[in-house]
Design a binder for this molecule. Structure first.
Ligand SMILES: [Zn+2]
Length: 192
């Protein structure tokens, strides 16, 4: 089906490299409307606080014993870039992704509470939280220590690094060795 899209793009005489992600998306959705999963997204009405809970048992996220908490202001640039370069055919999730940069940008950084994400926001950020931790944008909450830590033990053992590569996520532990996240097979994925 992508050959079709490329032909359409060629006919428009636009060099592919000059097309924005949004234009490619529009071509795709126009040509294959059946792939669109319609839905409606209600953006949160409350203001984002300094911290957001990205993953954790509070969301019943599979494998999470501890919680991953990220500083909203540190995520703004990554989220803006992500929203401009990624798209989904799930309409509600797409709308959540487009709204997230401004929601994070407008966060009240003096409010030390932790904001919970809605289901669509969580889908947008799903699978990225280890990258956020490696970037030192957040902290983990260990339920055994009843304390936060800025690094997981695996940070310092060098078993993985960031970048454009296939990453096999392992279990993560707090610095005292308590389990934070139990690896499951589904978390093998390509990170770009
Ligand atoms: Zn611990």
């Amino acid at each position: 089906m992508f050959a079709n899209i490329l032909r359409r793009i060629k006919r428009s005489r636009e060099p592919l490299a000059k097309l924005s992600v949004r234009e490619v998306r529009d071509h795709l959705l126009e040509t294959f409307p059946a792939i669109v999963r319609h839905g409606h997204y209600d953006p949160p009405e409350h203001r984002c606080s300094r911290w957001i809970l990205v993953n954790g048992p509070a969301y019943r996220d599979e494998g999470y014993v501890g919680s991953v908490i990220i500083e909203s202001s540190k995520l703004v640039n990554w989220m803006t870039h992500h929203a401009e370069n990624v798209f989904t055919t799930v309409v509600a999730e797409q709308q959540a992704m487009e709204y997230l940069p401004q929601w994070l940008r407008n966060a009240d950084t003096s409010d030390e509470t932790i904001s919970l994400l809605d289901i669509q926001q969580r889908k947008v950020l799903d699978g990225h939280c280890l990258k956020f931790l490696w970037s030192d944008w957040g902290k983990i909450w260990c339920t055994s220590c009843q304390a936060t830590h800025v690094r997981v033990m695996e940070h310092d053992e060098g078993w993985a690094s960031t970048g454009k590569m296939t990453i096999r996520f392992g279990d993560w532990h707090c610095p005292d060795g308590h389990l934070i996240y139990k690896h499951t097979q589904r978390d093998i994925r390509l990170i770009f």
